[in-house]
Design a protein around this ligand. Structure first.
Ligand SMILES: Nc1nc2c(c(=O)[nH]1)N[C@H]1C(S)=C(S)[C@@H](COP(=O)(O)OP(=O)(O)OC[C@H]3O[C@@H](n4cnc5c(=O)[nH]c(N)nc54)[C@H](O)[C@@H]3O)O[C@H]1N2
Ligand SMILES: Nc1nc2c(c(=O)[nH]1)N[C@H]1C(S)=C(S)[C@@H](COP(=O)(O)OP(=O)(O)OC[C@H]3O[C@@H](n4cnc5c(=O)[nH]c(N)nc54)[C@H](O)[C@@H]3O)O[C@H]1N2
Ligand SMILES: [Mo]
Length: 651
């Protein structure tokens, strides 16, 4: 972890609040010299420069000097081809996506506890649950389609609890809102677990039949009495008790979480703390009860399933398994490195050491989405060769040597995507792409050809059929069947059957010989946020989303809308009073990494000492200049949810 002053990169920051709309890329761009400007180029010139750079770096420094950032908004087919390009053409497993910045801890935690990284239930089950817990999730804003299922559940009589330091729009729908201090979810979950055990509400039969590690877990939670946890979390003991009893006594309970849990330096431990509660009560592996990490981007689940992650081949098959590697080597006619590649976080570190020299960035905007973005930009500047393939001219594209204009997956291409309930669905080309823009897969195959691999895919279905032939979980999903059933959930190993929509039914099957794999408790420990608040940086800043905008704002733009009010730093009324600032007044916000200015908004849903900002308007206010690159050692996800800041009123 390196800290940079960062202030210099902010010199040109826009101070006006006029809208910024990104220009759609309609033709390739190249940079004549390292410090020269980007200029228009033909496809021939751009692709030959892109391929030439990749070849040169591989020859000089070996395959592991290359890294691929793959696009979680693009199709499964495109992610399949991108990881195949990385492994077969470039010869490395260095491929990853924005999953690293959000739900990698969910995948790691679920895999360690249950053997598979997918959410365990279907959306429909939420409509028939008795209890819905939304933990660190503002689904009303960030997952509005899923939230419709939640609202149906509530209408059908479900009770809902919300656990979020802010009283969010989601919390407004809850019967009970628990507002923990940022970064205290493990004490809270452990106190819930301890209360369930002490009240005699643990599902002893399930624990005995289906799990391991209970004794160690029980010992770990024992010190977390309601009183101790109330002191650390700030949640009243009675509210913790109420959640424990509601969860343990519900017939069907859905435990849903998102980034309030994962975007911490101990995100995987946080996830394990929640999974423990399901194992304690048997709320997993049967209809209506389950664990749902609501995935972020439309196809971030599919990107991982397709192998666009450094440790798995398509179908979530482990690279370390010799039999799996052999299967893929036969299918692809190329050797696969028998070790995990670098994840996105590792790749940024490797840029700094010089080990990573060339990056092919497809549909990601890390110059604005990475924690401590000043440092991330500096690292990307050190690359010998950066190729960006996007639909807009992003801040990241502005750093590139070659910029390739792609089509938008969601309306200009054919293929499939996979949502949080593991449902694969078709997307179709509905409009013609602008200018000379080409499909992501087409560009990848052209580059592969220039690097010696002659790939011919007739259409997206041909890519999908190749994937099906090597991923047992996808084998039964032909395009025809996807159409017929309007989407199918994995696993789907047979072309004849549709499997139940929930996972891990094995945990409820009789197993007298103890042969079936068990679910594993994680005896995790509390570890407070890395960026401590003190006299100099007395406020806790947490960052997240609003309904009206999308991620770094590239796709949602900054166009004027009655819904959208641009970036603000949100404070509670007490803090605004303490600093003597009113709505709209501009303040300077500093962390140990950088400084930005933003106007103030007052949100009574916040508590004293807690501030909130989004990442949606980085050209106005570059929030990630403030955030800390403190990463979860297991998943590599940064602590976007907890920075320490100071606020000063401008004269
Ligand atoms: N409108 C809109 N929708 C989106 C997106 C978007 O940009 N805009 N982005 C998409 C993406 S990529 C993702 S990953 C998802 C993210 O979806 P969410 O994770 O729901 O969104 P966030 O607002 O980042 O964070 C959720 C909540 O975590 C809370 N939180 C912060 N710290 C803590 C903590 O320590 N403990 C607990 N329990 N909670 C905490 C915050 O107050 C916030 O309300 O949204 C997706 N959907
Ligand atoms: N402070 C703070 N920072 C955060 C977070 C936070 O909560 N707080 N959350 C993190 C999370 S969860 C995420 S997921 C990341 C998101 O980080 P990014 O993925 O880097 O950000 P996006 O703005 O979603 O950028 C998506 C890019 O994909 C391009 N694109 C869209 N469709 C296509 C396509 O079909 N083909 C191609 N080639 N390109 C396409 C868009 O034009 C855009 O440039 O941000 C992270 N950063
Ligand atoms: Mo995300």
């Amino acid at each position: 972890m390196k800290s940079t002053a960062g202030t210099s990169t902010r010199a040109g920051q826009r101070r006006d609040r006029s809208p910024r709309n990104y220009p759609r890329l309609t033709h390739p761009l190249v940079r004549g010299s390292k410090d020269g400007p980007l200029r228009r180029a033909s496809w021939e010139e751009a692709l030959s420069l892109a391929a030439g750079g990749f070849r040169r770096v591989r020859e000089e420094s070996g395959p592991d000097a290359f890294g691929m950032f793959s696009c979680a908004r693009a199709t499964n087919e495109m992610n399949y081809v991108a990881q195949k390009f990385t492994r077969v053409v470039m010869g490395t497993n260095n491929v990853d996506s924005c999953n690293r910045t959000c739900h990698a801890p969910s995948v790691a935690g679920l895999t360690a506890a249950l053997g598979s990284g997918g959410g365990t239930s279907s959306y429909e089950e939420v409509e028939h649950a008795d209890l819905i817990v939304m933990w660190g999730s503002n689904a009303r804003f960030a997952h509005p389609i899923f939230f419709h299922h939640v609202l149906k559940g509530i209408r059908n009589g479900a009770r809902m609890y919300a656990v979020d330091p802010r009283r969010t729009s989601t919390a407004e729908w809850a019967e009970s809102w628990l507002g923990p201090n940022v970064g205290t979810d493990i004490p809270l979950a452990h106190a819930v677990g301890r209360e369930i055990i002490h009240a005699g509400l643990a599902n002893r039969a399930f624990i005995e039949r289906a799990t391991e590690g209970f004794e160690e877990y029980a010992a770990e939670v024992e010190p977390w009495t309601l009183t101790v946890a109330a002191k650390v979390t700030g949640v009243p003991a009675e509210a913790i008790r109420s959640l424990a009893h509601a969860y343990a006594t519900a017939e069907r309970a859905q435990l849903c979480w998102t980034l309030g849990i994962t975007e911490h330096h101990n995100g995987t431990d946080n996830v394990r703390a929640l999974i423990n509660l399901a194992l304690l009560t048997g709320h997993v592996g049967r209809y209506g009860s389950g664990l749902q990490p609501l995935r972020g981007q439309n196809n971030v689940q599919g990107g991982g399933d397709m192998g666009a992650i450094p440790n798995r081949l398509p179908g979530f098959q482990d690279i370390l398994s010799p039999a799996t590697r052999e299967k893929f080597e036969t299918a692809w006619g190329a050797a696969i490195q028998p070790r995990y590649g670098l994840n996105l976080t590792d790749m940024f570190e490797a840029m700094e050491s010089g080990a990573l020299r060339a990056v092919y960035c497809i549909g990601e905007n890390p110059a604005q989405s990475e924690a401590d973005s000043g440092q991330a930009v500096e690292r990307m500047r050190q690359l010998d060769h950066l190729v960006v393939q996007d639909i807009f001219l992003t801040k990241t594209a502005e750093l590139a040597d070659v910029v390739l204009p792609a089509t938008a997956a969601w309306c200009e291409t054919d293929g499939t995507t996979t949502n949080s309930e593991r449902r694969v669905q078709r997307v179709r080309k509905a409009v013609h792409p602008p200018g000379e823009a080409r499909e992501d897969i087409d560009i990848l195959c052209d580059l592969a050809g220039r690097l010696g691999h002659d790939w011919k895919f007739e259409d997206s279905e041909a890519v999908w059929d190749e994937l099906r032939s090597i991923s047992p979980d996808h084998w039964g999903m032909t395009y025809g069947r996807l159409e017929e059933h309007q989407g199918i959930q994995w696993p789907c190993p047979s072309t004849e059957r549709i499997e139940p929509g929930y996972l891990h039914g094995r945990l409820w099957e009789p197993d007298p010989g103890r042969r079936l794999p068990r679910a594993v408790f994680g005896p995790v420990k509390h570890d407070p946020p890395v960026d401590v608040t003190d006299e100099d940086y007395p406020l806790r800043l947490t960052t997240g989303r609003r309904l009206d905008s999308y991620n770094t704002g590239v796709q949602s733009g900054s166009f004027a809308s009655p819904l959208r009010r641009g970036e603000y730093v949100e404070l509670c009324p007490e803090d605004a009073g303490r600093y003597g600032v009113a709505v709209g007044e501009t303040v300077r916000i500093s962390s140990r990494r950088g400084t930005v200015t933003a106007p103030v908004w007052i949100d009574p849903g916040l508590r004293p000492g807690l501030a909130f900002m989004t990442m949606h308007f980085p050209d106005e206010v570059d929030t990630n200049q403030l955030t800390i690159e403190a990463n979860c050692p297991i998943a590599g996800t940064a602590e976007f949810k907890a920075s320490a800041i100071r606020i000063e009123k401008l004269p």
